[in-house]
Design a protein around this ligand. Sequence first.
Ligand SMILES: [Zn+2]
Ligand SMILES: [Zn+2]
Length: 336
Amino acid sequence: MSKIDSSEIGGDEELDVADACAAVPSGVDRTTESTRSVDLILAAIVSFAPPLAFCLAMWLWYAGVHAPTWIDLFVMLAINFFSLAGVELGFHRLFAHRSYKAHRSIKIALAALGSMGFQGPPIWWASIHRKHHRYSDQPGDPHSMYLYDKDGKFTWRGALHAHIGWVWTGRSVGQGGFARYARDLYLDRDIFWIHMHYFYFLLAGFLIPGIVASLLYGSWEGFAWGILWGGFIRIFFMNHLTFWCINSVTHGVGRRDYDTSDHSTNFAPLALLTLGQSWHNNHHAFPISAVMSHQPWQLDPGAWILHGLRRIGLVTDMNLPTPEAILKKRQAKNNA
Ligand SMILES: [Zn+2]
Ligand SMILES: [Zn+2]
């Protein structure tokens, strides 16, 4: 596997946000300079609106107003797939870890689609994630569950923090030093532009399923069902199952094939739903690998998509661990 040093993924090098932004076309980074009240409003919306929307949909069904249809489910699954691909293949494997190179059109598409997932703007997401890898399950990790016990043991309070509590925690979401962890991303004009216009893409994540459902239903009423199922309910399932379970479940439940310095695990049941990210112990063992699976039976849809894009020339330079490197790390665990 090719090496990448810490400075290449943000590193310890200090860089003032204003200096970084000066190199790109426009203004102030609103997401970095957001106030605590804005952070709390966003945390409240993403925590409560999706489950309330799900309850509303169930009540509408129970009351005989609207039973979910194949159009609702199609719209929900379709936008879930695309926004999840934007997060996992874009925010995570490409921006945070630079595990492969992509054609500019793919990079822009993934940044835009990922921004529809209500998981935060791309540079914020990548910065938080790089910090997670740097301090994984140690003080400084934005969303570790093991920091509430003096011996680093599991606590339910810690599990709640890892799953969703961290989005309410100022020191996790409002951390300083975004530029320190994502200098390269601030200097990428395309990613920075989408980062600065994040809220428009977030809004598009509601409007697009609304418009598609409206067309498929052939009525304006369909617009509301599209926003309900393709917007809020899609975010409810996507963020709990893919975003937050990676921080909670795959740092606590499952197999550990590698003796990494954190508590990361491989958890097969979430492999398809997370496009392969639930092979999280593999990922912490080889963080800049473009593929998460290390065995033929480990399903990794994200890798399948990247290999497909590589075949048509839109993705190049995929970092892949060699079989020898995998074997060596596995043996190191067995010998420990
Ligand atoms: Zn992790
Ligand atoms: Zn990662």
